[in-house]
Design a binder for this molecule. Structure first.
Ligand SMILES: Nc1ncnc2c1ncn2[C@@H]1O[C@H](COP(=O)(O)OP(=O)(O)OP(=O)(O)O)[C@@H](O)[C@H]1O
Ligand SMILES: [Mg+2]
Length: 243
């Protein structure tokens, strides 16, 4: 890997306030322009790791985004650079309308109202949700809410898209549509997922975690072809690897 990574994690460790350990010395990088998958069984620590990328959770170790260390001084800029989409879109959407939810991020950047409006319209258009702008988010289907949740971060013109379980709960057609949308975006991506078919098709590299630690990381086709390794960590070969 050459140049400064878009995301650099070193020795991240974290336990929840109830004492539950969730991350134990995680180090990995995502290079500019890469799409990297974060895989591992339920409870591996994927969501916990994602919540560290923009400082929602803060553990020991270092997080750097575009060479900026995550600290109080850089927090605001890092929250603009990292577009974090939660596992559950209901955690992301809280305004009375889809438009307000997406505009919230743009207004929060301090943009003038006319520019915030233009960016909101562009983000809704990018995710194919312009026709839903004046609907309440809680009246939308899960797939529609996932698209709106993505728009709430695209509106900030982020550099790294960090998506937690982007295809979870989508029907096959909705999944294909959502993946086509992701493939059309220019951002560097870090995707926490159980969808190894998506990983095979879209991701350059894979980081495999279990019990808060990185078990292995490497090129997608190498990691996802190791049947024994995947089985040992509760995962199965994707159909594309069964040749
Ligand atoms: N709010 C919390 N308080 C205490 N423990 C938590 C909390 N959230 C998660 N954990 C624990 O932290 C560990 C990692 O959980 P995490 O949600 O990060 O896993 P995950 O890899 O995202 O799993 P999944 O595939 O089910 O989404 C688990 O042991 C979990 O029980
Ligand atoms: Mg999770």
């Amino acid at each position: 890997m050459t140049g400064t990574p878009c995301l650099r994690l070193r020795d991240l460790s974290f336990s929840y306030p109830d004492g539950q350990p969730a991350l134990a010395g995680v180090s990995c990088d995502v290079a500019e322009g890469e799409t990297v998958a974060l895989i591992g069984p339920n409870g591996a620590g994927k969501s916990t790791l994602m919540l560290h990328l923009n400082g929602i959770l803060r553990g020991a170790g270092t997080v750097e985004v575009c060479a900026l260390p995550l600290n109080e001084k850089n927090l605001r800029e890092i929250r603009r650079l990292v577009g974090l989409v939660f596992e559950d879109p209901n955690d992301q959407l809280f305004m009375p309308t889809v438009f307000d939810d997406v505009a919230f991020g743009a207004l929060n950047l301090g943009l003038p109202e006319s520019e915030a409006r233009a960016r909101t319209e562009a983000a809704l258009q990018a995710v194919g949700m312009s026709a839903f702008a004046h609907r309440p988010p809680y009246h939308l289907s899960l797939g529609q809410r996932k698209r709106v949740a993505l728009a709430t971060v695209l509106v900030m013109d982020c550099r790294l898209l960090a998506l937690d379980d982007p295809t979870g709960g989508l029907d096959p057609a909705g999944r294909e549509d959502f993946l086509a949308l992701l493939a059309s975006l220019p951002q560097t991506m870090f995707l926490a997922t159980h969808d190894l078919e998506m990983v095979w098709d879209m991701c350059d590299r894979v980081v495999l975690m279990e019990k808060g630690q990185v078990v292995t990381q490497g090129e997608t086709r190498v990691v996802l072809s190791e049947e024994g390794l995947l089985r040992d960590h509760g995962l199965r070969l994707p159909p594309q690897a069964r040749v």
